[in-house]
Design a protein around this ligand. Structure first.
Ligand code: AHG
Ligand code: MN
Ligand code: MN
Length: 335
């Protein structure tokens, strides 16, 4: 049984020049994940405990869970001084850590602290997504916005935590994708999925089909393709959509499939955020042998211009990506 902590150290030891800072950063994420996990598991008890007035109820418990998760991850990342700043879905601007240790540290983290938050109240899997870069600005100075506006190909690490039927942490540092499952009685993450590879094709397509009439023609054609009856190519495919990107992504990663959040007539840039939703997932899927694009261009080469920039997102098994991109090119060409 290999724990996440042991695994991180073993990977670090393979790089003689490693300073251990990234390992400490990942440990901070692991700690925050445990705290958020504990809170999520008691979410359904808040009202009950609240009215009985038990003494262990903090004001924090009643905060909206995404703000709670935001605060937990922020404090965990600040505490050890391995990170000089954070950007979060829950914060309009970047957060600059200004302790002496922090300004001398080289990493920035972008995060979606609680992904799929509409699913909290109904006991459906949710997650946290994170993305790590080296800063561009000089050490010793406060971090600046441009340190966060880097294309995804510059990520040094990315991952997610899924708070599901079990809690897992899945991450990459550019050396494969590895998954760890939490033993709730010990609060320890054990290596359960080493070197995850997504099947080259799958049977699952994941999209919010309620928006069908607003989709580009290329996506409409692809959905019809998914629904056609052709046993030789395993069609019709199966439709699965949870509404938490992390959960939809995780299932497709393990089973093979495609996730699409396209542009729509009312949201021409789609819904998902480039920097802390799409780029980390793109890094993971590529490391697992799949692909991610905006329908035309590789997600990780897009030059970001804004912190909360949105982008259409197509991601999954490589052969399914080929099919949908072919149809985008044919029926919804970019120019
Ligand atoms: P968040 O909870 O962080 O705002 O993200 C929700 C996102 C993503 O997780 C999910 O895939 C998507 O929104 C679902 O959107 P629709 O409800 O429009 O399908
Ligand atoms: Mn999200
Ligand atoms: Mn969120």
């Amino acid at each position: 049984m290999i724990t996440l902590g042991e695994y991180i150290i073993a990977q670090q030891n393979e790089y003689p020049k490693a300073t251990g800072e990234l390992s400490l950063l990942l440990s901070s994420i692991r700690l925050a994940a445990k705290v958020v996990n504990r809170e999520i598991n008691t979410a359904g008890l808040v009202d009950i405990i609240g009215v009985t007035g038990l003494e262990n109820v903090q004001g924090e418990v009643q905060q909206k869970m995404d703000l709670f998760a935001n605060n937990v991850f922020k404090s965990a990342l600040e505490a050890r001084g391995e990170v000089c700043g954070v950007a979060s879905e829950e914060e309009e601007d970047i957060i600059i850590f200004d302790s002496e240790r922090s300004v001398n540290s080289k990493y920035v983290v972008l995060m979606d602290p609680l992904d799929g938050s509409s699913n909290i109240d109904v006991n459906v899997s949710i997650g946290t997504i994170f993305s790590v870069y080296q800063r561009l600005s000089p050490l010793g100075e406060p971090v600046v916005l441009d340190d966060f506006l880097q294309p995804g190909i510059r990520q040094v690490a990315a991952g997610y935590i899924i708070y599901g039927s079990s809690t897992m942490l899945v991450y990459t540092t550019g050396n494969g994708v590895h998954g760890f499952t939490c033993d709730p009685s010990l609060g320890v993450f054990y290596l359960s999925h080493e070197n995850i590879q997504i099947p080259v094709t799958g049977k699952i397509y994941s999209i919010n089909e309620g928006n069908y009439l607003k989709f580009p023609d290329g996506v409409k054609k692809y959905l019809k393709h998914c629904q056609e009856i052709e046993p030789a190519s395993n069609r019709p495919y199966t439709s699965r959509y949870i509404g938490s990107l992390v959960s939809d992504f995780h299932r497709n990663l393990l089973k093979g499939g495609i996730y699409i959040y396209p542009s729509t007539a009312s949201a021409p840039k789609g819904k998902l955020r480039l920097l802390y939703e799409c780029n980390p997932m793109a890094f993971l899927i590529e490391q697992a042998g799949g692909r991610a694009s905006d329908g035309f261009n590789r997600i990780m080469t897009i030059e970001p211009t804004e912190l909360h920039q949105r982008v259409p997102f197509f991601c999954g098994s490589s052969e399914m990506m080929d099919d949908v991109e072919g149809m985008m090119e044919k029926y919804s060409p970019q120019h």
